[in-house]
Design a protein around this ligand. Structure first.
Ligand code: GYE
Length: 383
């Protein structure tokens, strides 16, 4: 372990472990309403530390880096399945950089849960200072997180959630159920506006058992039930373009002419589904027979919204690197960190008729959120 920061780190570990213990209690009880999330996470944080403390530690980290005595962080990333994932990897690599005093060990787990557990175990064996995990699936974590805990290595979880263990210090990511609920609320308002009386939906879901898939499916299914929509089928495209295309090709064999909505749980699946519909001569998007819903809102996805090929795209923000760095800096400074940090996420649409949607979010609170019509500036500002 590096020398320069070892004293600070000892203090930080004690605090982070306390924070981790504390978090297990709040975790069970704290649901996070979108509109109060900033306030909640603020409230969960202890009194704001003197800026100088963080600055001093950052300075120390930079000095340590200059002397080759850096903070080592192991990052077990899901894989490279989508545009979103590329943006996530870039964000973490840019933030957890040599310039910021961090020696990042990056493992691309290629969507293989066993490989991801092994990567984390390797980090523990190497004795890295921190472990960052974007968990492929939400369960199967408690044993390895206990091992990290026993080794005194703080674990930070980003993006997807871990649902069967509380042995991590902090999580930063998205409220996936709200994304699914927002998609349902938008579809309900959209078909009412267009005078479409029947919804026959096909879903191309993400990686089965990932919290992103579970949340988006659960949220949308609430509307399937309440609106008595016909959900014809739901099969996984594994968050890939190839998967989206294959699932749509098989759907077209079974259900061509019988569906008017396709819900793709990420942009890359939507690209594949669109290619398959195009090849089969099925019209889609704002001028077509099939309404296309997507999630992520990456640059290429928003380009398709702008072109009217995707009707609505529900953002999931992958830029979690800076938050991750901030958490590490705070732990280094011996500060308490937020147990949960939610990313801000707008909902994007192709047409300007509906201004907003109102729905009951995952915390049981009625919220009204704006719909952003995509123009070139929105596309240019995307990731
Ligand atoms: O939606 C998808 C990616 O975990 C939220 O994973 C992330 C999802 C994202 O492959 O594109």
């Amino acid at each position: 372990m590096r020398k320069t920061l070892s004293v600070l780190l000892t203090a930080a570990m004690a605090t982070s472990m306390l924070a981790a213990c504390g978090s297990s209690n709040t975790q069970a009880t704290t649901a996070a309403p979108a509109e109060t999330k900033a306030a909640e996470t603020q409230a969960a944080t202890t009194a704001a530390p003197a800026e100088t403390t963080v600055a001093e530690v950052t300075e120390a980290a930079k000095e340590a880096a200059a002397s080759g005595d850096t903070i080592t962080v192991g990052f077990a990333q899901v894989g490279h399945e989508s545009d979103w994932r590329t943006a996530s990897t870039n964000s973490v690599q840019a933030a957890l950089s040599k310039e910021n005093g961090i020696d990042l060990q990056f493992v691309d787990c290629d969507n293989d849960s066993a490989a991801q557990l092994e990567a984390v175990r390797n980090f523990i064996q190497q004795g890295v200072d921190y472990i960052v995990i974007d968990p492929i699936v939400s369960t199967g974590w408690d044993t390895v997180l206990t091992e990290a805990d026993d080794a005194g290595i703080p674990v930070i979880v980003i993006d997807r959630t871990i649902d069967d263990s509380d042995k991590y210090v902090s999580w930063v990511g998205s409220e996936f159920t709200n994304e699914g609920l927002a998609a349902g609320a938008w579809l309900k308002a959209y078909v009412a506006d267009k005078g479409i009386s029947e919804v026959n939906a096909l879903v191309i879901s993400g990686t089965t058992g990932s919290s992103a898939q579970i949340g988006r499916s659960n949220g949308f299914d609430k509307y399937v039930e309440s609106e008595k929509w016909n959900k014809i089928d739901e099969q996984t495209g594994d968050f890939t373009q190839e998967g989206g295309q294959k699932v749509m090709e098989s759907y077209l064999k079974s259900y061509e002419g019988k569906f008017n909505v396709v819900v793709c749980q990420n942009d890359n699946e939507a690209f594949g589904a669109i290619d398959a519909m195009k090849a089969a001569g099925v019209s889609y998007g704002v001028d077509g027979d099939v309404i296309v819903i997507s999630f992520d809102a990456c640059t290429a996805g928003l380009q398709k919204v702008l072109a009217g090929e995707i009707n609505a795209d529900f953002q999931c923000n992958p830029l979690q690197g800076p938050d991750c760095l901030n958490i590490i800096k705070k732990l280094e400074a011996g500060e308490t960190v937020d147990q949960k940090t939610f990313m801000a996420e707008p909902w994007y649409v192709a047409e300007d008729k509906l201004k907003d949607i109102t729905y009951t979010n995952n915390s049981g609170k009625e919220v009204t959120e704006p719909l952003v019509v995509v123009d070139q500036a929105v596309v240019d500002a995307a990731y």
